[in-house]
Design a protein around this ligand. Sequence first.
Ligand code: ADP
Ligand code: MG
Length: 701
Amino acid sequence: MPNSAKESVSDLFGSKVFNSSVMRQRLPKQIYKSVLKTINEDLPLEENIADVVATAMMDWAIEQGATHFTHWFQPMTGITAEKHDSFISPTADGKIIMEFSGKELIKGEPDASSFPSGGLRATFEARGYTAWDPTSYAFVKGTTLYIPTVFCSYSGEVLDKKTPLLRSMEALSDQAVRILKLFGKDDVKKVTTTIGAEQEYFLVEREMYKKRKDIILTGRSLFGAKPPKGQEKDDHYFGKIRGRVAKYMDELDKELWKLGISSKTRHNEVAPSQHEMAPIFTSTNMATDHNQLIMEMMQRVAYRHNLACLLHEKPFEGVNGSGKHNNWSMATNTGENLLDPTDNPADNKQFLLFLCATIEAVYKYSELMRISVASAGNDHRLGANEAPPAIVSVFLGEQLTAILKSIATGEKITNAKDLVMELGVKSLPSFIVDATDRNRTSPFAFTGNKFEFRMLGSNQSISGPNITLNTIVADVLEDFADTLEKASDLDAAIDALLKESVERSKNIVFNGNNYSDEWVEEAARRGLPNLKTTPAALETFLLEKNVELFGKHGIFTKTEMASRYEILLEEYCMTINIEALTTLDLAKQEIIPAAITYSKEVGESLLVKKNCSDAIDVTVETALLKKSSALLAQMYQAISALETALEGVEGCDGPQAEAYYFCNTVIPAMNAVREPADALEMIVAEKYWPFPSYKDILFYV
Ligand code: ADP
Ligand code: MG
C-alpha cells in the first residue's frame, strides 16, 4: 500500500465518531476523566459535566457537517429508531444560535405509543424516554449527530433491546469478577463480553429487485422455480470477487471505517450472489450498535451502486439462506481473554471454570438459546441442511472433549493423537488454541479462544442472543462462585465442581455432524429439546426456570417477559400474514393474468392451425394448453383455500394459538399456491412472466 493510502485509511477510521481520543482532545482534562470513569465504571453522568460534553460534542459534530442530533435507540422492532432535532435555538434579535445542552444529551422524550410494548404501556401513558448510553460512542451520519440511547417507558419498564443487554453484561461482569477474585486477581474490576458478528447478505440487481413485489414487501421471494444452475458446483464460496461487487465492498468498508467499525474480512459465500463481511470483535454493546449500522450501510451503499442488499434469512428457496455468526468471549479490563487456554498451568483451572460454566449454561437453558434466534425467517434455515438445526448443542473438538471426560471420570487420556495427559488440569496443551478440528455444522462451537453461536439469522439484532448468553453464563458463574467462596480447600473444591459440572452437562456436547438424521435421533435419546418452529420455541419462554433466571439477575421482570413474549408472537404472526397477503396479491394480480395471456396465445395458434387444415399437428399446443389450464385451476383452488385459511385466524384463542395456526395452517396453504405457480413459470414463455426469475436474479450481478 502506498504511504498516502495507508494514511488515508487511518485518517478515515473513526473520523465520524466522537470517541475517547476526540474527547481527550476536546474536553477539559477533569471532564474527560470523569466521562471515562462513567464509561468504565458504568456510573451516571452529572448534569454540569454533561453540559460541557454536549457543547464539545456539538462543536465537533458541526465541523463534521451536522445540523441535527438524534437519540438513537433500539425498540422491540429489532431495528433502530431516530427522531432528528436541529441544534438551532432562536435569539431575541430574530436570529439563531446553535445550542445543545447536557440535558438534551442525557435524556430525550420521544412519543413511545407507536412502538411495540406487548401491552406494557397503555396508550394513555404514551410517554417514553431515552437516556444516553456513554459506553457506545456518538457519531455523525449524514447531517445528524447520533447519540446511542436506551429506551424506557415513563414508569421505568424497559421498551428496548439495549437496556437488557447492558444489564446482562453487568450481571456477567459481577459474577466473573467474583470468580477471578478466587484466583487472586483483585485488579480485575470489570469483565466485558466481546462480540465479533460475521454478517451474510445477498446482492442483486436493483432493477430486478424493483420488479419483485414479494421481495420488496416481505424480504424474500414467495415464488420462483429452481434455476437450472444452483450452488451445486460450489464455485462461488471464497471465489473471485467480481468487479462490481468489489467496488461495492470497497465503498462499504470506507463507510464503515468512518463510523469506527473495523470491517476486516470480506468474501463470497456459498450461494450465488451471496457474500459475507466480518468486523474485528469489540464489546458486546458496541458490536450490537455496529451490527445495526452495518446492516443499514449494506443497504444504503447497495442503493448507490444500483444494487439491492437482501438481509432476509431465506430470500430464495432451494438456495442457501443467510445467517450471522456471533463470536462470543469474555475479557477482563486487564486484557485477559477468559476463554483463552494458556500454557500456564495456574491459569488452566480458571479457563476450565469459564469454559464449563458456558457449557453448563447452554445445557441448562438451551430453550432460551433457541428462542433467542427464533423468527419466521429463520425457521426456513434452522434444520434445513444449511444452518445448524433447531437442536442446541455444543461443539468442543476431540481434544477438549477428551480433557473434560478425563476430569469427569478420573480416567487418564490416552487416545487423542498426541495428547497424553495425566488426570486433571496440570497443563493444558496449547494446540487447543489452534482449533485443528473445525466443525461448521454445530450451533455453538468452541473455536480456540471463543464460542461461535451460529444459529442467528442474518436479519436479526444480535442483542437478544447476547442478552441470553450473558445472563445464562452469569447464572452458572454465580452458582460456581457461591460454592467456591465457601470452600476451605479451593483447589479441591474446583476439581470437584468441574467434575460435577462436566457430568451434569455432558449431554449437550456433540462433535459429530449436526446435519445428520442420526443426530436428531441421538438428541432425542439424550432428551435435548428440538423446537423446530418459532411458535414451539416461544411456548417455552415463560417456563418457571426462565422467569426465575431473568428476574434473579435483574434483566427482565415477569411482566416485561410476558410483554416480550407477546411481541415475539405478534411479530411472527404479522410476518406470515403479510407473506400470505402478498402471495395472494401476486398470484391473482400478476401470475394468473400472465398465464392466461400465454394460454390465449397458445390457443390462438391452435385455432389458426386447425382452421388451416385438420392435418396440421397441434399436439404441442394441446399439451401446453392442457397442462397450463390444469395448473391454473389448481392454483385458483389453492388461492381460495389460502383465503379461507386467513379468515380462520379470527377464531384463534390467544396469541400462542394464533402463532401455531399461522405455522400449521397458513404456511402450508401459502406453499400450495406457490407449487402450481412455480410449475407454470416453467411452462409460460419468459416474455409473459410478470417478474424476473431466480436465474435472472441470482446470476446477474
Ligand atoms: P473464522 O470464524 O472465519 O475462522 P476468525 O476466527 O478469524 O474467523 O474470527 C471470526 C470473528 O470472531 C471475527 O469477527 C473476530 O474478530 C471474532 N473474534 C476473534 N476473537 C474474539 C473474541 N475473543 N471475542 C469475540 N469475538 C472474537
Ligand atoms: Mg466463523
